[in-house]
Each structure stands twice: as C-alpha cells, then as structure tokens.
Design a binder for this molecule. Structure first.
Ligand SMILES: [Zn+2]
Length: 223
C-alpha cells in the first residue's frame, strides 16, 4: 500500500521534509515548484522510516474521543463511514452500508447507541466467521460471547467459550479472521508458546502482518 500524504505544504524552501504529527499524520513540506512525482518518489524512498515513526506516534497518542457530530467518521471492518444527524427515526442509529444516521433526540446517548450497534454487528460478523474458520481448520468451541474488553481482542475460557470485544469489528476483515484463528488455536494450546505461534502461522501464514496492524492501530478501534 502506498504511503498516504495527509498534508502537503509548499513553500519557498529548497528541500523536502517529512514530518510525522503526534496523531501519526504525515505532513510533507516541499519546494513551491517540485513535481508531484518527485515528491511521491521521495516519500516512497522513506517508506520504512515513515511507517516506523507513524507507528510510534500512534502508540503513544490515543485518538480523541468521538464527538458524534455531522461528518465525523466511524469504522466498520477497516473502512470509515460518515455520520449524519437526522431529525427523527427509529431505531435511533442506522447504517445503510454508506452512512451512519443518528436521530437528533438520541444525541445525549449517542455513545450508548453506537456501542449497542457495534455489539450487534460484532455478534453478526463473529457468528459467521467463527463457525466458518472452526470448520475449515477443524476446531470445536462451546459458545461465542461479545465483550467490551478494552485491551484484549479475544479470549478463550477453559470451558470453550470464545469471547471477542465488539471493538474488533472496526478492524479490517483479515484482522478479524486472524483474531478468530488465534482464539481457535487457544482451544487446543492455551499459552503463547512457540508451538502456538507455529500453529497460527501454519493456518495463517501472514499472521505477523495482522499482529503488527493491531499493535499499530489497536488504539484507534474505539469510540
Ligand atoms: Zn492469545
């Protein structure tokens, strides 16, 4: 994936500078007439540094809490969708695949409405992915539970109940699948030993990308 330039500032300077903001946004400062292509080349040549620096910034700076205002975006399966405030509707919060709509009267309890919506959505997504992946890789489990955990994406009890936080449904589908596979492997291997990670790697060769994604973006999966 190409690096996204969040802000391009042109000035009378003679060289290009890359600045990673506290929230991880990339600002590029460039000479007035420098060609877009040259700027892109410069950014691409510094991909590793940018990714590393953005990761650090995002780890240390949790995002600002949602304000539930017109145009603010909300995540679902790795994509952002805008919020529109409408005069009245039932249920108070709806999503049509493109836009979230929230009734004005529900604004004082907007966070609760979103949490309820995300929990239902998480239950829906997990109740499709968990059985599918369990069947594919030959695992068994007892029950699914949707939690509100803040720091754990999933957990697996000794009785075979697998829990996932509703926040997980904000992550891209491949990351959701990784967490599901991770918990399924825990039904057989309870620890995080080498054997555990080897098994995860067998089932999902790209799992390290997903682990890294969660480390770098986990804090943004919140309201
Ligand atoms: Zn684990």
């Amino acid at each position: 994936m190409p690096i996204i330039i969040d802000r391009l500032v042109r000035s009378r300077r003679k060289t290009v500078a890359l600045i990673v903001r506290g929230d991880g946004a990339l600002e590029v400062r460039a000479p007035q007439r420098m060609a877009e292509r040259s700027i892109r080349e410069f950014v691409d040549a510094h991909t590793d540094w940018i990714i590393k620096t953005q990761a650090k910034a995002r780890l240390s700076a949790p995002p600002a809490p949602k304000q539930f205002i017109e145009g603010e975006t909300f995540l679902l399966l790795g994509k952002s969708y805008p919020l529109t405030i409408v005069s009245r509707q039932r249920p108070a919060l709806t999503f049509d695949g493109k836009t979230f709509r929230l009734a004005k009267s529900a604004l004082p309890k907007a966070r609760e409405a979103f949490v309820r919506w995300y929990k239902a959505q998480a239950a829906l997504v997990i109740s499709m992915r968990l059985p599918a992946l369990a069947a594919k890789y030959n695992f068994t489990y007892q029950k699914i539970r949707i939690s509100s955990a803040r720091t754990r994406w999933g957990s697996c009890s000794s009785k075979g109940t697998i829990s996932f936080t509703w926040r997980l449904v904000m992550a891209p589908p491949e990351v959701v699948d990784y967490v599901v596979v991770h918990e399924l492997v825990h039904t057989k291997i309870k620890n995080h030993s080498k054997t555990f990670w080897a098994r995860v790697g067998e089932l999902m060769p790209a799992y390290k990308t997903h682990v890294r994604w969660l480390k770098q973006n986990g804090k943004t999966l919140t309201l």
